[in-house]
Write a protein that binds this ligand. Structure first.
Ligand code: B1M
Length: 238
């Protein structure tokens, strides 16, 4: 087994057992060896949290074990974040995102943020347990292209609909694309809730966000061309 394979395995095991100092040291070692941050994330850290979830479901792990595993993962994310997220480029679009009311899971949301920032988006993070009014206010003041709702519990998924209704009531629904995601969410559920877009993971969410912004810009350009043509015609007539 190569040292890289050993590191992946050790990262998996130490995250599973919530050994934060070891996870931090291994992440640093992996980067020194030239391992890809995305490789560390998707081949070691995320699979480990998935195993934590499986053990929790089986009754082998309880909330404290989930919590320390999450903390260990977050320590690694602090190191990986700048490597994935900082492009230094001019923002290509703006996103407001938060975890819905009643839900305090944030690792998945934070990964979406890291990847979107890495792709050049400006992201306003509203944190966790975010009330509909907070989303509405953030959309009003930031005027983002996209508002994103994350939910990780079947009991908090209904907040998507509540948030969308709050945007409608505030007269903001047509001004922003709504994207939803989170472990238990499905495409079908997203449609039923009234969302415009659903994504199962951070990388698809980022690709989708680029398409949404691209489409919005194309629509703006088309409207501009139409206006210019109209002015041209009017001038020619006159
Ligand atoms: Co909790 N938890 N948890 N938990 N937890 C889950 C979600 C659970 C599936 C575990 C299980 O039973 N297998 C289960 C939910 C069951 C259900 O509703 N169907 C569960 C439960 C039951 C609970 C509590 C109720 C436990 C209790 O108290 N009895 C409680 C609820 C607290 C609350 O929110 N009110 C609770 C608490 C916690 C901790 C605090 C201990 C901790 C969270 C720490 C934190 O986030 N800071 C925790 C953890 C760590 C988990 C698991 C083990 C891991 C979650 C995670 O980070 N996954 C989780 C099991 C699992 O998911 N397999 C579990 C890794 C992450 C990268 O994936 O979150 O799916 P994910 O994010 C993905 C996509 O979903 C997507 O992109 C991300 C990256 O690719 N995505 C989007 C996310 N948001 C998006 C938004 C988008 C688009 C894509 O557009 C806007």
């Amino acid at each position: 087994m190569s040292r890289e394979e050993e590191i992946r395995q050790e990262l998996f095991d130490h995250t599973l057992n919530g050994h934060a100092p070891e996870v931090k040291a291994l992440t640093e070692e992996a980067l020194k060896l030239g391992m890809d941050p995305m490789d560390i994330l998707f081949k070691a850290l995320i699979p480990s949290l998935e195993e934590v979830g499986r053990r929790f479901e089986k009754g082998d792990f309880f909330v404290p074990e989930m919590l320390i595993a999450a903390r260990a993962m977050q320590g690694a994310l602090v190191i990986l974040r700048p490597l994935i997220a900082e492009t230094g480029a001019k923002p290509i679009g703006k996103v407001v995102i938060g975890t819905v009311k009643g839900d305090i899971h944030d690792i998945g949301k934070n990964l979406v943020i890291i990847m979107m920032e890495g792709a050049g988006f400006e992201v306003v993070d509203l944190g966790v347990n975010c009330a509909p009014e907070k989303f509405v206010e953030a959309v009003r003041t930031n005027e983002p292209h996209i508002v994103g709702f994350s939910a990780f519990l079947t009991t908090t998924m209904p907040m998507f609909k509540v948030n969308i209704q709050a945007l409608e009531k505030a007269g903001l629904r047509e001004k922003v694309a709504v994207m939803v995601g989170g472990a238990p969410v499905t495409e079908e559920y997203a449609k039923l809730a009234g969302a415009d877009h659903y994504s199962p993971d951070a990388s698809i969410a980022t690709r989708m966000a680029k398409q949404i912004v691209g489409a919005a810009q194309a629509a703006e350009n088309a409207a501009l061309t139409q206006a210019v043509e109209l002015i041209d015609k009017t001038l020619k007539k006159g």
